[in-house]
Design a protein around this ligand. Structure first.
Ligand code: GSH
Length: 220
């Protein structure tokens, strides 16, 4: 029997959560190897750095293969297990898989740079005893509104971002969206009806719900 995949991370990490959601969607058995992130900073120590020289979680080990970068991990898992679980990459259609690629790139290069400074300032900074910078939050809320306006238009034409099918393009948004909805600015999503309906739909998926229970950042 092939050895179980090992994902190094912690459930509350949005990046580790991104890969956990994918593994659950694909129905792939894996072991979550907990990293002592906050006290020992294990991810900055040599054993972990030999797996990811950037000292970040998650890391996936599949036999002798070691991968980091949650989105790349998800592409690998979706390709390796393409015949089981949810088809997240639309491997039978060149056109659909190209659209999945387009919208996963949009998540990386438009959505994530807009939303992550809000997450960092409002949710992470207090965890490290720092105060949050409202000017940074306001600047990025404006950027996020512009991105979500594009999504509102897109989701008026297709049920999900890449087409009428759930894919990695939607999945990659989920951890940040989930945390953002715990901030005082969730109305930025809710005032866009198509984006709101999309979020309600994708966040009701079982694979996501399994991971969401561990994503406690921002809980009171
Ligand atoms: N682009 C990377 C990915 O998606 O995997 C980002 C990984 C990342 O930033 N991970 C965070 C981390 O390990 C936890 S969510 N932070 C520690 C650090 O950057 O020093």
């Amino acid at each position: 029997m092939a050895p179980k995949l090992r994902l190094h991370g912690i459930p509350m990490s949005s990046c580790a959560a991104r890969s956990m959601i994918c593994l659950y969607e694909k129905g792939v058995e894996f072991e979550l190897v907990l990293v002592d992130f906050f006290i020992a900073a294990e991810h900055k120590q040599p054993p972990f750095l030999s797996k990811n020289p950037f000292g970040q979680i998650p890391v996936l080990e599949d036999g002798n293969l070691t991968l980091f970068e949650s989105r790349a991990i998800n592409e690998y898992v979706s390709n390796k297990f393409k015949d089981q679980g949810t088809d997240l990459i639309r491997h039978n259609s060149l056109e659909e898989s190209a659209l999945v690629k387009v919208w996963t790139e949009v998540e990386s290069h438009q959505f994530h740079p807009a939303i992550s400074p809000i997450y960092n300032q409002h949710l992470l900074a207090p965890l490290y005893g720092k105060s949050s910078d409202q000017a940074i939050i306001d600047e990025h809320l404006e950027k996020l509104r512009m991105v979500l306006d594009v999504y509102e238009d897109r989701l008026g034409k297709t049920k999900y971002l890449a087409g009428d099918f759930y894919s990695l393009a939607d999945l990659h948004h989920m951890p940040m969206m989930f945390s953002f909805m715990k901030t005082p600015w969730g109305h930025v999503v809710n005032e866009r009806p198509k984006v709101k309906a999309w979020w309600e739909d994708i966040s009701s998926r079982d694979a996501f719900k399994k991971v969401a229970v561990g994503m406690t950042i921002g809980d009171k």
